[in-house]
Design a protein around this ligand. Structure first.
Ligand code: ATP
Ligand code: MG
Length: 411
């Protein structure tokens, strides 16, 4: 009974946790990336300061030297403001040409920090102008490989994603378990209440039967002594006792359904034949102002309880007749790919949009329906019967145009 609520609560907790934890992880990840990058930039800036004097030395010497050492941590390239190479230290052969292609036509006075990827290597580059007095004389590009850091963050990212997913699943399971614990007292009082309704209905049946039979005896044996008013009273009392018996039977059915105690004998039934029988019965009893028709596909079978399905149809057709002053009622049965569908459509008073979700609730009756007799339990019982057959029931309606009740049973 509380399975759905428990599931809903667990989903809610898990989603909330996922959102909060993801936010935390994202902030943590990007803070770490930023922190690490700042540290790298600081290192590059220190290196830049150290190499700046090379520019003037090599411009004056007018030599273009590019030394190469693969073990060096940093590399740098110095250019004049007209993008002419002056001097450099390289630790990756061929990188200079790539960098010139990417940064060669940039403004020499611009400060730039950039990530650069080449041949599966990741570099962090810093481009800075070199000043002679206050004018830009050239620029320097310093860089270093950040492959290991890049790799580290890539791994961290995957690890955090996996951690978030696993912890969300664990939190979901934990939430489900805790929701179950929290539901124990609610379930207990709910069970008590169901048992009370079931016991009370059961206990009321016997005195009511005695009451009814006593009235019958009174009616038969004392009839000659009774005045017409007394006879009328007895007839009224019998009517009321019958209504009460019906109400108690319905309550008992619902209470037993809640406790999953309703006996149900499922067997293969020919639904088409059953519907045809019910249809011809209703054809006879529908008032003259209503045209009753049916469209029943032949040879449709269902695993179910014939008496329960019949009761279900009676409830729906009874409503259709009761809430249609004049017009049509159509009962249909057809088979889809993996469902059997029954519909009961009428052209009666209809149900408002606000009331539509409530009509399957116990004791719910619309204001318009109160002019007629009824308990408000019919559709609740219909729903319980459909649930016993693992089916689905819903209503569609337009006010003053009519109502259709749809039932789908899985095959
Ligand atoms: P009873 O328990 O005696 O059947 P009831 O007909 O009032 O009483 P339900 O069958 O559960 O109770 O229906 C609930 C309410 O839904 C009705 O009171 C009515 O307002 C609305 N309703 C149900 N079927 C129809 C219909 N075919 N057309 C319009 N309104 C309907
Ligand atoms: Mg009804």
């Amino acid at each position: 009974m509380f399975h759905k609520t428990k599931k809903k609560l667990s989903y809610l907790y898990a989603t909330l946790y996922f959102l909060l934890f993801s936010l935390f992880v994202i902030v943590l990840y990007f803070s770490l990336v930023k922190l690490m990058e700042n540290q790298q930039i600081n290192e590059l800036e220190d290196f830049y300061v150290k190499q700046e004097h090379d520019f003037f030395e090599h411009v004056h010497a007018n030599t273009k030297t590019l030394s190469y050492d693969p073990n060096r941590n940093f590399f740098y390239y110095i250019y004049t403001k007209d993008h002419k190479f002056v001097h450099g230290d390289e630790s990756y052969k061929g990188l200079k040409n790539q960098i010139e292609k990417a940064f060669g036509n940039r403004n020499p006075s611009e400060d730039l920090v950039q990530h650069y990827e080449w041949q599966e290597e990741h570099f962090l580059l810093l481009k800075k102008p070199i000043f002679n007095d206050d004018t830009v004389a050239g620029y320097i590009i310093v860089g270093k490989s950040v492959k290991s850091q890049h790799h580290f963050f890539q791994m961290t990212k995957y690890l955090l994603i996996v951690l978030t997913c696993i912890s969300t699943v664990l939190i979901g399971l934990l939430a489900y378990f805790l929701a179950g614990k929290a539901m124990v007292p609610i379930q207990w009082s709910f069970d008590k209440q169901k048992k009370f309704v079931s016991d009370a209905s059961h206990e009321l049946r016997t005195p009511l039967s005695i009451f009814y039979s006593s009235l019958e005896i009174l009616e038969i044996e004392e009839a000659h002594q009774l005045r017409p008013f007394g006879k009328e009273l007895i007839a009224d009392l019998k009517d009321e006792a019958e209504t009460m018996k019906e109400l108690i039977d319905k309550l008992l059915f619902l209470a037993r359904h809640d406790q999953q105690q309703v006996p149900i004998q499922k067997e293969i039934i020919t639904l088409s034949t059953l519907l045809e029988k019910v249809s011809s019965k209703f054809q006879r009893i529908t008032p003259a102002e209503i045209q009753f028709s049916s469209e029943i596909q032949k040879n449709i079978e269902l695993l179910g309880d014939a008496s329960k399905i019949q009761e279900l149809l009676y409830i729906l057709l009874d409503n259709a007749i009761r809430y249609t002053n004049s017009g049509t009622i159509t009962l249909t049965l057809l088979k889809n790919k993996d469902t059997v569908k029954i519909t009961v459509a009428d052209s009666g008073v209809g149900i408002t949009e606000q009331e539509l979700p409530l009509v399957f609730d116990r004791f719910y009756r619309s204001d318009a329906a109160r002019q007629h007799n009824g308990t408000g339990l019919g559709l609740a019982i219909a729903k319980a019967i459909v649930e016993q057959h693992d089916g689905n029931i819903y209503a569609t309606s337009t006010v003053n145009k009519g109502t259709t009740i749809h039932i789908e049973f899985p095959i």
